[in-house]
Design a binder for this molecule. Sequence first.
Ligand SMILES: Cc1cc2nc3c(=O)[nH]c(=O)nc-3n(C[C@H](O)[C@H](O)[C@H](O)COP(=O)(O)O)c2cc1C
Length: 214
Amino acid sequence: MKLKKTVAVLLVVIVGVIFLLKSNNNGGEIMAAESKTKINNGKKILVAYFSRTGEQYSVGNIKEGNTAIIGKMIADKTGGKIFEIKVEKDNYPKGYTALTEYAQKEKRANERPAIIGKIDNFADYDTIFIGYPNWWGDMPMPVYTFLESYNFTGKTVIPFCTHEGSGASGTDSNIKDVTKATVKKPFALYGHIAQNSRKEADKKVSSWLKEIGY
Ligand SMILES: Cc1cc2nc3c(=O)[nH]c(=O)nc-3n(C[C@H](O)[C@H](O)[C@H](O)COP(=O)(O)O)c2cc1C
């Protein structure tokens, strides 16, 4: 008799726990779906960025680029789709000084290095976040290749940039010239903060996105 009672109590507890776990899960899913729609404002978002690993100023040898870190945070918070701008022939040196020299030559020659991949459904995107490191007070040349490859008419472009002191150096006006899109004020963050103080970076990204309505 005692055993039967114990088994019955155990069963009730197990069923109760299963019920609780299930309802929590559903709640989580609904919450995620709701918050995503709310943040996106019903807009389809693309997060495109160019970023380098290897030796970078003030952070040493990095495995994940500073701008890439921010790009992933933006995509995560807005539900945007990531497109990494990568060059077909990657001749960029892995050492910092050599990279600065290479990049300077590329900029002086106003090159347009070919990039890998194509976004098929580009027309569907309403908002394009475009990320890059500040290179010599400008965007890296492959970002120009990217911007010149698509029709941005009627779209909103939101630049984000990592740097080590220069901010975004007015790159938004270059983006405006190339794309003729509506270009918002760039979000600029020190590369070493993105790399080494991720919580601080995450907070800054969140409050900026909130401020601009995403
Ligand atoms: C070629 C090159 C040029 C740079 N020029 C500048 C500059 O003019 N102003 C500045 O603040 N930072 C400059 N930096 C520093 C980068 O903007 C910074 O380290 C950035 O966070 C690197 O991002 P990534 O890891 O996404 O490539 C330069 C770095 C490189 C490699």
